[in-house]
Write a protein that binds this ligand. Structure first.
Ligand code: PEP
Ligand code: MG
Length: 580
């Protein structure tokens, strides 16, 4: 038995057999010299392979538009653009002429170098572009070499797919009925593959380094997409443990649909709101199936990050309007772009920061680019007539930034008025509390905010000085740390003193173990990955506000994180006993 922990990317437990899908990407590319008078025919061969590849990609693009979304179809639009890239074509033609090597070799060499360069970049956006280049390169080479590779669309048995990396086209075309889980060497939570896995509801664990070298085809594999655990050839005890967990999970999921329309209300009648976080507009349609009462966080930066996207005002307007329409009259909270940190957009940003997490991120970037910022604000304002929109600013560190952002919001309104563009009156404007200084001065920020939304992912990162994506220190990122609890209390109390709601949209809001504590602290709105809603709702419906308040009061007196966790555990056991 071998156990690994990777990045939990899409929830669900799977016990199955591995299907190892290894590419022969860099395998045998023939290399031979050609004569000067063959250059033209080699070049023509490439152009015709490009045409064939473009046809294939257009087919995939149509499929993506029908089956998934325009956003995902844009991946293929970007692939098509690469095939038309004058610079790339020029370089290939030049090297073909000067080196007089066969076209497969010249083409492979250039695209391989380019993708290696991008792969070495610190910026995850660039690393993901390397995947797109590799995808295109392989497609064209397969055509040139007349290779018909095994297609994941033909997978004819249930399996856990184990791959080094999955190209966007593979993710789209694979037989999704048969792929029960996905395990990958590379990839992070925001990679295209992770986003697609969540959209298809396929459990996934990514970023496992070299799991493809640890496993043999057909071996038994256990994976938990919520915790990131992957076990190869589990022993009897581990198998039993995960069979039980799977049984509980299935029961829980079956119970979820029954709970969809029940209110998130404690036994003693205290009502909160449960909302969903989304990254791409098309997720809006599915969150309602989980009983989301609105969108508490729409991470709008993904519109800018997707390849082939320019995020012009019209395009943003269409995306926001689409989400608002899909949600009917339920609230949709659009967070203005949070680029920077680990979400660099090279066209917009200098990628050379020594310390990007403390750098030119989120609202800091928006305030430095009022035109980009106001374009987004106008698109939000214009979409407001389609539903119930709210807007919030990420990474506010103090009142000065909030006032500057509000000033630009007013300017954007004035611009819409001048252009005769209608927008709703009274759109709530909120502040994200995700920097310790914002939490400590929450009473000041509350004066100018219509609501707060606590981003615990960053709040914990900055409070405990723990890089949220560095696996060596994640053990320190404890939501139940006394310092974090105090900041939560300060923030929630400041909101209530001013009569505004306190929401939370960081991962802590979707952690059902933390729900009683957050209830007790007085949190009004919990926003999370939609699939976490039923479990959180179950805890809320089983709890009494009285016992949650007592729990929070006790927790705030504790000095050690472990003591807080023990309190939570005791609470859970007590409540379960009561329920029996
Ligand atoms: C957070 O920081 O908790 C948050 C919700 O924002 P993001 O994860 O997008 O930084
Ligand atoms: Mg954040």
């Amino acid at each position: 038995m071998k156990k690994f922990i990777g990045i939990p990317a899409s929830p669900g437990i799977v016990i199955g057999n591995a299907f190892l899908y290894l590419e022969n990407e860099n395998g045998e590319i023939p290399r031979y010299g050609i004569k000067k008078n063959q250059v033209d025919s080699e070049w023509k061969r490439l152009l015709s392979a490009f045409e064939e590849a473009a046809d294939e990609i257009r087919g995939l693009q149509e499929k993506a538009e029908i089956e998934i979304s325009r956003e995902q179809a844009a991946i293929f639009a970007a692939h098509l653009l690469m095939l038309e890239d004058e610079e790339l074509l020029g370089e290939i033609q030049e090297r073909l002429k000067t080196e007089c090597q066969n076209i497969e070799w010249v083409f492979w060499h250039i695209t391989h170098d380019l993708s290696q360069k991008l792969m070495a970049a610190a910026d995850p956006y660039l690393r993901e572009r390397a995947v797109d280049i590799a995808d295109i390169s392989r497609r064209v080479l397969n055509i040139l070499l007349k290779i018909k590779k095994f297609s994941l669309a033909d997978l004819n048995r249930d399996a856990v797919l184990v791959v080094h990396d999955l190209l966007p086209s593979d993710t789209l075309t694979m037989n999704k009925e048969r792929v029960k889980g996905l395990v990958m060497d590379v990839g992070g939570r925001t990679s295209h593959t992770a986003i697609l896995a969540r959209a298809f509801e396929i459990p996934a664990v990514l970023g496992l380094s070299n799991i493809t070298r640890e496993i043999q085809n057909g071996e038994k594999i256990v994976m938990d997409g919520a915790s990131g655990v992957v076990i190869i050839e589990p022993d009897r005890a581990a198998l039993k443990q995960y069979e039980n967990a799977l049984g509980r999970y299935k029961k829980m999921v079956a119970g979820f649909s029954l709970m969809r329309d029940l209110p998130p209300e404690t036994r003693d009648g205290y009502r909160v709101r449960l909302m969903a976080n989304i990254e791409i507009p098309d997720e809006a349609g599915t969150v309602l199936n989980y009983g989301a009462e609105g969108i508490g966080l729409y991470r709008s930066e993904f519109l800018f990050i997707s390849p082939g996207k320019t995020a012009e005002e019209e395009e943003q307007y269409r995306a926001y309007s689409g989400v608002l329409k899909a949600m009917g009259n339920l609230p949709v909270t659009i967070r203005t772009v949070d680029v920077g940190g680990d979400k660099i957009i090279p066209e917009l940003q200098n990628t050379d920061e020594k310390n990007p997490l403390l750098g030119w991120r989120a609202v800091r970037f928006s305030l430095a680019h009022p035109e980009i910022f106001k374009t987004q604000l106008r698109a939000i304002l214009r979409s407001s007539v389609e539903g119930n929109v709210r807007v919030m600013f990420p990474m506010i560190s103090g009142i000065e930034e909030l006032e500057l952002a509000l000033g630009l919001w007013e300017e954007a309104k004035a611009e819409c008025r001048t252009r005769g563009q209608a927008f709703a009156g009274d759109i709530p404007v909120g502040t994200m509390i995700e920097i310790p200084s914002a939490a400590v001065s929450a009473d000041i920020l509350a004066e100018k905010s219509d609501f707060f939304s606590i981003g615990t992912n960053d709040l914990i990162q900055y409070t405990l000085a723990v890089d949220r994506s560095n696996e060596k220190v994640t053990y320190l990122a404890q939501p139940s740390h006394p310092a974090v609890l105090r900041l939560l209390k300060t923030t929630i109390d400041a909101a209530h003193q001013r009569g505004i709601p306190a929401a939370m949209c960081g991962e802590m809001a979707g952690d059902a173990d933390m729900s009683p504590l957050l209830l007790g602290l007085g949190l009004d709105i919990f926003s999370m990955n939609a699939s976490a809603i039923p479990a959180v709702k179950r805890v809320i419906r089983g709890a009494s506000m009285e016992s949650c308040r007592a729990l929070a009061e006790e927790a705030l007196k504790r000095r050690y994180t472990q003591e807080v966790n023990a309190l939570l555990e005791e609470w859970r056991e007590r409540e379960e006993e009561k329920a029996e």
